[in-house]
Design a protein around this ligand. Structure first.
Ligand code: 2HA
Ligand code: ZN
Length: 271
């Protein structure tokens, strides 16, 4: 069992679920090299545990609403395929300073070489802070590189949020049912930057639980790691369908506005 699960046994189910989803992402080809990262706000299960004080870092942007929160975070430079098979030092536990100005690594999977948090930490923290501020039940933030969704953002005709959502909704009814308000679209900005964190939160706060990062990947929130993965899977299936139809030389002859309205009515979806 990992050092983290020994130190705080209540983390074991979260570590197991992270590993389960890391395996899916690797199998799907959405986690090349060290692509993708995941974080879970585990404050309720960690608070009160005696933990070692490790490396301390200041944050470029302070996150006061996260003061005192504990997050399980995949490690920078670490591979999802390693996390999937339980390789030590794939994940670390951090505690945000009481004033939100920095964080301390308080545990890792291997005492000798504790991981440092993902370099996409700015976006993860920005979204976790937004979740806390809104009193939301989601506590997982997941970033991955779903191939066909990324491809869509590289094509002209899918450069704005409305166009992307029209395309995704129209090719499969599950998209409307799974993500009724559609995806958010954040324009390309530097990976790992505060600018990406800001663009992500802006899209997320337009009530989109999945945000596409143009020319890069996507980020989703969920109450669990599988719950964050599932909508990405559905959306990527839709993107595959769009590309298959276009590859066949045609525009998809998809669901009509009336078909979508019927889904909203029958499944009582929020628009
Ligand atoms: O962690 O996916 O966006 C590697 C990445 C950066
Ligand atoms: Zn990425």
């Amino acid at each position: 069992m990992s050092d983290l699960a020994v130190a705080v046994p209540a983390l074991k189910p979260w570590l197991d679920e992270m590993a389960e989803v890391a395996a899916y992402l690797w199998e799907k080809g959405w986690a090349e090299r060290n692509a993708g990262n995941v974080s879970v706000d585990v404050t309720p299960v960690v608070a009160g545990a005696a933990l070692p004080a490790g490396l301390h870092e200041r944050l470029a942007a302070s996150r006061p609403e996260l003061g005192g929160h504990y997050l399980l975070v995949s490690g920078t430079g670490r591979r999802f395929r390693d996390l999937a098979r339980g390789v030590p030092a794939s994940v670390c536990l951090i505690r945000i300073d009481d004033d939100g100005a920095g964080y301390q690594v308080v545990g890792g999977d291997d005492g000798a070489q504790v991981a440092r948090p993902t370099f996409e930490l700015p976006a993860h923290l920005a979204v976790h802070q937004s979740l806390v501020r809104r009193g939301a039940s989601e506590r997982v933030v997941l970033h991955t590189h779903p191939t066909e969704l990324i491809a869509l953002t590289l094509l002209s005709g899918y450069q704005d949020e409305a166009a992307v959502n029209r395309a995704l909704f129209s090719v499969h009814p599950e998209v409307k049912v799974t993500v009724p308000r559609g995806v958010g679209l954040a324009p390309y900005v530097l990976p790992g930057s505060e600018a990406l964190a800001r663009a992500t939160v802006a899209a997320f706060e337009r009530d989109h639980p999945v945000v596409l990062w143009a020319k890069h990947g996507c980020l989703a929130v969920g109450t669990g790691v599988v719950a964050a993965f599932d909508p990405i899977d559905t959306l990527n299936k839709a993107a595959q369908l769009v590309l298959l139809c276009r590859g066949a030389g045609q525009q998809p002859d998809g669901l009509s506005a009336a078909d979508l309205a019927e889904l909203v009515r029958v499944f009582k979806l929020r628009e």
